[in-house]
Design a protein around this ligand. Sequence first.
Ligand SMILES: NC(=O)c1ccc[n+]([C@@H]2O[C@H](COP(=O)([O-])OP(=O)(O)OC[C@H]3O[C@@H](n4cnc5c(N)ncnc54)[C@H](O)[C@@H]3O)[C@@H](O)[C@H]2O)c1
Ligand SMILES: O=P(O)(O)OC[C@@H](O)[C@@H](O)[C@H](O)[C@H](O)CO
Length: 392
Amino acid sequence: MKAVHFGAGNIGRGFIGLLLHQSGYEVAFVDVNDTLVSLLQTKRQYTVKLANEQADTFLVDQVTALDGKNMAWVAETIAAVDLVTTAVGVSVLKHIAATIAKGIELRLAGSREPLHIIACENALGGSTTLKHLVYEHLSPGNRALADRLVAFPDAAVDRIVPLQQNEDPLLVTVEPFYEWTIDRSAVLPGHQEIAGVHYVDQLEPYIERKLFTVNTGHCCAAYHGYLKGYMTIQEAMKDLSIVAEVRGALQESGAALIQTYQFDEAAHSQYIEQILERFINPYLVDEIVRIGRSPIRKLSPQDRLVRPALLANQYGITVTHLTNAMAAALHFDYADDPEAVELQEMIKKHGIHRTLTEYTGLSGQSPLHSRAAEQYQQLEQWGPARKGMIER
Ligand SMILES: NC(=O)c1ccc[n+]([C@@H]2O[C@H](COP(=O)([O-])OP(=O)(O)OC[C@H]3O[C@@H](n4cnc5c(N)ncnc54)[C@H](O)[C@@H]3O)[C@@H](O)[C@H]2O)c1
Ligand SMILES: O=P(O)(O)OC[C@@H](O)[C@@H](O)[C@H](O)[C@H](O)CO
């Protein structure tokens, strides 16, 4: 079996590539990073190391890489594989859609074998988004054929893979835990199930539970941690006031999830505790600026802060920690993150209220808006504390 995977980065190599390899796939990674592509082409293998006491390792071999800038080469390869996966970042999907469409077009000209395309990004409906982007490049005839022969099952992926600091540039250190959940209802007959993947009939509860617990808690710790001058999530999670913010936010999103999906309360509390343990894994060094990256995406209406806050608010659940995390996100002024820079410029130019409305979609009438704005002013006090800690 053959697969093309877009994005040979942390989750690409450390999670998707590993599981596909373990299921018997030969994986061709597509990336635009020339160094990564050339190393994978030369070595044809890499190692995944678990962040645990034993530092278990796994060899992933029979891999290759394709230059993502070479559309014709990538499309020809897609025409001949069984599976296409992505882990490039949800905002990059629009840049790979034309190449995938070209691959589908070539494939449909000569084959009636089904093709599955799965976006493994942190977003609701990632594969569906990719499908819409790909369909923009297909002729009406090919769209009709693709409706029958090409499936885009949505998925949720969970494994913490930090920025890598290894001497071997292909080695990737990952946390031991993983969960890859795929919407079975969108899978076509003939799909060979991927070992280690959990296929479910309805994905929404799984993806919302993951995004609004793991990622909500993670960014909450990151934005508060950044404000207080911590460099890693492990450092931030030693600060009890930050842990209290994270727990508070997860109780708010948890209460909303329990109401929406009738989750068992005790099981959900256990899920939260397991996630807090994962954040403090002492064998990982996970930088706060990675977890806080792209604050505009993280503050958007469908993402990990605003959507659970809106849900909770609808159910009459008091929301203060999620809005406090939004307020902290608005203080994330990391100069190397283009979205953080844009956000800070917007605040400087137009003030906090207009910025909140523009990026979160929360109108000035929303109580969540007023609370986040008020908390933004209260958090201002941490600015000097952060600078002091970073200078020390
Ligand atoms: N790292 C994690 O813990 C984790 C866990 C679950 C989900 N995710 C999600 O996985 C995705 C990737 O995250 P990551 O941490 O692996 O990021 P990353 O930056 O390590 O990897 C992304 C890779 O995509 C490549 N890329 C960018 N543009 C491309 C293009 N046009 N064509 C082909 N390749 C391109 C980059 O060069 C990079 O190698 C994100 O959506 C993220 O939210 C990450
Ligand atoms: O990848 P992002 O930017 O959506 O979120 C940053 C982290 O929270 C995220 O990568 C987690 O490590 C991951 O989602 C764990 O499964």
